[in-house]
Design a protein around this ligand. Structure first.
Ligand code: ADP
Ligand code: MG
Length: 397
């Protein structure tokens, strides 16, 4: 396969289209047209989510097939149908597919097959923008590899780094992590990145964005030669073309898209906040509707997230919050309480916008208009997953 050393191109000095604007509007209000947040769902349901192709047709290792079926997956999703075979063939890939369309298994299943062929020499590194997403991917890997004697670990910020070397002392076939912690471990010489032969950037457009590209660049340089590189996301930033080309060798490009970006299973509406009206009152009123039973409420700032969670609880609506200033233990607990239904509302910053898969999120509410369309797509993508219907409500002034 790739026998040339593949490095990511140095980020261009020219700003990405949109970045300059983005920073300028950051302090003010979103400039996105409110009409962008209104759309009737075109529920394609399970038909749109799943294909006719069954996992038996893939001729996978029988135990892996068993684990897939045990998870309740019967037929492949569209992205899985289009990506798994070329990935089994060892191809590099850039894949774009809707939120909640099964991208995780699309890249993990071929990784597991490859790992089973040569467990002693196979190492995949899966890099994600958030700690929660890293943990979730490892969880999916573990469930897919029950009884297969493949090993994984997650390395993320906010956890005690002193326990990481121990986890790295055994052979791991899959290493999941966030860039900062992975680099830290590489600096300390406990993580040897040269052993990585498969690299996955999940949410790759975020990973190649200004906030991360520098760290990702370092990781990629330290890995050096690799057999396979996989980029997965629901959104694509055309300004990143050079970076992407620098990462991939003769890639297969898969785009499962209807052109709109948002998942068509999501009913999208706006709520106009009249001048002088108390927005929180409008929000609290929404919760009189019992259909809002599992809600992620997005805010632009951590402080507002704290404030809203507090006010919701004072109004008798059970809420928790998740954002970058909270300890990892607290963040994990909030996700658990949200999953189990102990809290009805998870108030979140964009730290929860990408990748997080909580079953049956009924509604996503944007307390403010998001700054970018991509942020909007990922946020509302926390609902309407796996072929289910979801609802998105955005407050506009
Ligand atoms: P994405 O990464 O595209 O946003 P995920 O990989 O998080 O989506 O998957 C979304 C949900 O769909 C998860 O709960 C996952 O378990 C489920 N899922 C994935 N593949 C299948 C399948 N083939 N059949 C049924 N459910 C699936
Ligand atoms: Mg995902």
């Amino acid at each position: 396969m790739n026998n040339t050393r593949k490095n990511i191109a140095t980020p261009t000095t020219a700003p990405r289209s949109g970045n300059v604007d983005r920073r300028q509007v950051k302090k003010k209000e979103s400039t996105l047209d409110p009409r962008l947040f209104e759309k009737r769902a075109k529920p394609s349901g399970q038909q749109g989510f799943r294909t006719e192709k069954s996992f038996e047709d893939l001729h996978l290792t029988p135990k892996l097939l068993r684990n897939i079926l045990d998870k309740g997956y019967q037929t492949l999703t569209t992205i899985q149908e289009q990506s798994i075979l070329p990935l089994l063939d060892g191809r590099d890939m850039m894949a774009i597919s809707k939120t909640g369309s099964g991208k995780t298994a699309a890249f993990l299943i071929p990784i597991i097959e490859h790992a089973l062929k040569d467990p002693r020499n196979f190492t995949a590194l899966v890099v994600t923008p958030t700690r929660e997403l890293a943990l979730q991917i490892e969880e999916e890997f573990k469930s897919l590899t029950t009884g297969l004697q493949l090993y994984s670990a997650t390395f993320i910020g906010g956890t005690n780094i002193n326990s990481d070397p121990d986890k790295l002392s055994r052979k791991l076939q899959v290493i999941v992590g966030t860039p900062g912690r992975l680099l830290d471990l590489s600096d300390r010489k406990v993580l040897d990145l040269r052993k990585v032969n498969t690299l996955v950037l999940d949410e790759f457009d975020r990973m190649l964005d200004m906030g991360f590209v520098h760290d990702v660049n370092k990781l990629v340089n330290r890995i050096g030669h690799r057999d396979q590189t996989l980029l997965f996301s629901a959104t694509l930033d055309p300004a990143q073309k050079r970076l992407i080309d620098g990462l991939l060798h003769n890639p297969v490009e898969v785009k499962v898209d209807n052109g709109s970006g948002t998942n068509e299973n999501i009913e999208q509406q706006t709520i106009h906040v009249p001048e002088g009206q108390d927005k929180f009152e409008l929000l609290a009123e929404l919760f009189n509707n019992p259909e809002l039973d599992k809600v992620i409420l997005f805010t632009e700032t951590k402080r507002l997230a704290d404030r809203l969670a507090k006010k919701l609880n004072q109004s008798g609506i059970k809420a928790g919050q998740i954002h970058g200033d909270k300890s990892q233990n607290f963040r994990n607990r909030m996700i658990e309480e949200f999953k189990s239904g102990t809290i009805r509302v998870l108030v979140a910053t964009d730290v929860a916008a990408r990748g997080i898969d909580v079953a049956d999120v009924s509604h996503v509410i944007n307390y403010q208009r998001p700054m970018t369309m991509d942020a909007y797509i990922h946020r509302i993508g926390r609902t309407g997953r796996a072929g289910k219907i979801g609802h998105a409500i955005t407050f506009v002034n």
